[in-house]
Design a binder for this molecule. Structure first.
Ligand code: NI
Length: 252
């Protein structure tokens, strides 16, 4: 069984003392591949460092909607320079979060537009974060006509999911698929198998039975197990197809 945790945050403070252990626990539970996701310029640089330390760890670089208000002139050029590192596989996470609103909406939209432009210019996929802003995100994506990437930690409805996969996006599920969430479970049941990714979003959103603890990439197997049950499949089969999908999207 070979799993791919397509979205985690290995730069998180809570891993500093034990990152070697976190990575070996993941690899001992079948999680061969991990992609650590950048949240801002400094975090993207830190993600590149981690990805270069471990053979099967990759990374993305970008500005999270929570950090959009801190975006400065020249940040897109800074990101563009980072792309030359061969471990960088995507732009993100970028998007809109109108649930927390840690950045004002205007800053979030500006950062999202600029990062889509950059991804489009470079022809690389995006890791898209959307929370309580699905219609607004759809409008922006349609404006750019760039549909190369994944809608991570999916929390939208069935209609958006169908639209996204028809355009060519992947949909990624976190530990929230293991919670009491009938609508999300129903979406995971019906999606075409070549559009599904799995992730932990660690250190957040630990899946059942680890809910409430610090999450880590080794727990992505619980996400795979839940999706296997929902789709009357096996965990081996779901691991294989989601790993294949992640590799295809990120060009690995
Ligand atoms: Ni994340």
């Amino acid at each position: 069984m070979v799993l791919f945790d397509s979205h985690c945050h290995l730069t998180d403070r809570s891993y500093i003392a034990s990152l070697d252990d976190v990575i070996s626990r993941a690899q001992n539970s079948g999680v061969q591949f991990m992609l650590t996701v950048g949240l801002n310029i400094d975090d993207s640089l830190a993600s590149i460092k981690i990805a270069n330390k471990y053979p099967d760890v990759y990374c993305s670089i970008g500005i999270h909607p929570h950090d959009a208000k801190g975006m400065r002139d020249g940040d897109m050029e800074r990101l563009e320079k980072m792309i030359s590192d061969t471990k960088v596989k995507a732009i993100g996470e970028a998007g809109l979060d109108f649930y927390r609103n840690y950045s004002d909406r205007e800053s979030q939209e500006r950062a999202f537009h600029k990062q889509i432009d950059l991804a489009q210019k470079l022809g690389i996929p995006m890791i898209i974060h959307i929370r309580a802003a699905y219609p607004e995100a759809k409008t922006i994506l349609l404006e750019h006509k760039y549909f190369n990437g994944v809608i991570h930690c999916y929390s939208g409805d069935d209609i958006f999911a169908q639209w996204a996969v028809t355009q060519g996006f992947y949909i990624s599920f976190t530990g929230s698929i293991t919670y009491d969430n009938p609508n999300l479970k129903d979406i995971a049941k019906k999606l075409p198998q070549d559009r599904i990714l799995i992730e932990t979003d660690a250190p957040y959103l630990a899946p059942v039975p680890m809910r409430g603890k610090r999450n880590e990439p080794s727990y992505v197997k619980y996400v795979a197990q839940t999706i296997a049950q929902l789709r009357n499949s096996t965990v081996e089969n779901i691991s294989e197809l989601t790993t294949k999908n992640s590799k295809k999207l990120f060009g690995i």
